[in-house]
Design a protein around this ligand. Structure first.
Ligand SMILES: NC(=O)c1ccc[n+]([C@@H]2O[C@H](COP(=O)([O-])OP(=O)(O)OC[C@H]3O[C@@H](n4cnc5c(N)ncnc54)[C@H](OP(=O)(O)O)[C@@H]3O)[C@@H](O)[C@H]2O)c1
Length: 316
């Protein structure tokens, strides 16, 4: 395993982060720790995930683990929850469910046109001063909005956002996988080079979610399979099913074979070659796949191979 550092957090963070949105069984948590993974991604809205993680955390050395959770996600009854009041409420709920005194990384799960970045930064700083959070940031926040929050923090002598969790990975996200319209933010796509450059320059940590495109680039589906799209779930089809991404999978299959690694390892390796302070959040219900996916950190790619995989060049 390789570890990185996130400003505000005084412990290392594994480059692979186990996604816990669909956590059903703690066997994957044990397998993750055995593989050197110390970071776990959960959220206030992930059903019983926080509670299950909290039960598993009991008696463990929290100094060695990094728990990241998210709050302020909209609900059908309350579409706009990106407010200081919901933030305080969700942090309290997550602390209780996780059974911890302090959340290592706390992220605002979504952004909202109505949200005032400054008042959220003030509240996040208050929660940090109270010892309830270590570092914080946004998930599905654009670089522009994070910069707005950080400009406010700089002007008021406050702590800035140091972590962000957008979608990122080799497969381009073509639509919001959950159909919510403007709620999901991806760093993929030719028109987001400015966004990616901001991360490279600022060093803001990127916790890339759905880094295997909901399984499309995991090796469980073959690019040559005529029924390939049917093997994705509805979110996977909405978010990633397009000819360009199937071509990315085909190229990943070719290169994985040549390098003697798996397609999942190759896809994740691409993310680690983007010159960012990047961490890959992936999920699996299969404990045996965790150590295998961590092998991504051993796969070396040239710049030309990365460009070819991402359809930026015809040769490599
Ligand atoms: N912040 C946000 O808004 C947001 C949004 C979406 C997701 N997330 C986070 O990101 C995490 C991961 O995203 P995700 O679950 O959407 O998608 P993902 O990690 O890109 O893909 C998960 C799929 O990949 C398969 N897979 C993983 N490793 C594999 C391997 N070695 N071989 C074959 N198949 C493999 C899994 O199948 P098996 O289970 O069969 O192995 C599963 O179907 C979530 O759990 C959540 O924590 C955050």
């Amino acid at each position: 395993m390789k570890y990185g550092t996130i400003s505000g957090l005084d412990k290392p963070v594994s480059r692979l982060v186990l996604g816990c949105a669909d956590l059903k069984d703690t066997a994957v948590l044990d397998a993750a720790v055995d593989a050197g993974v110390n970071a776990f991604d959960t959220a206030h809205v992930y059903g019983g995930s926080e509670e299950l993680l909290g039960r598993w955390l009991k008696g463990r050395d929290l100094d060695k683990l990094v728990i990241e959770t998210k709050g302020c996600h909209p609900t059908p009854l309350r579409p706009d929850r990106v407010t200081p009041a919901c933030l305080v409420k969700d942090v309290e709920t997550s602390l209780r469910r996780l059974g911890v005194e302090c959340i290592d990384l706390f992220l605002l799960h979504r952004d909202s046109h109505h949200a005032q970045a400054g008042e959220l930064v003030e509240t996040l700083n208050d929660l940090k001063k109270q010892g309830k959070l270590r570092a914080f940031g946004g998930s599905n926040w654009t670089a522009e909005r994070i910069q707005e929050a950080n400009d406010y923090a700089a002007a008021h002598d406050l702590e800035p956002f140091t972590v962000s969790s957008p979608h990122f990975g080799l497969a381009c996200q073509i639509r919001d996988p959950w159909g919510g319209g403007a709620g999901c933010v991806t760093l993929t796509g030719a028109d987001r080079e400015g966004e990616r450059a901001w991360y490279r320059e600022s060093g803001t940590a990127v916790l890339a979610f759905s880094s295997l495109a909901r399984g499309m680039l995991s090796g469980k589906i073959s690019a040559a399979d005529p029924k390939r799209a049917d093997k994705l779930d509805a979110a996977g089809r909405r978010g990633y099913d397009c000819p360009e991404n199937w071509e990315r999978l085909r190229r990943a299959e070719v290169l994985a074979k040549e390098k003697g690694c798996t397609v999942a390892q190759l896809s994740l390796a691409w993310l680690f070659h983007q010159d960012m302070n990047a961490y890959a959040i992936f999920s699996t219900g299969n404990p045996a796949r965790i150590a295998a996916n961590c092998g991504a950190l051993e796969v070396a790619l040239t710049r030309e191979e990365c460009r070819w995989l991402n359809l930026e060049a015809d040769g490599r």
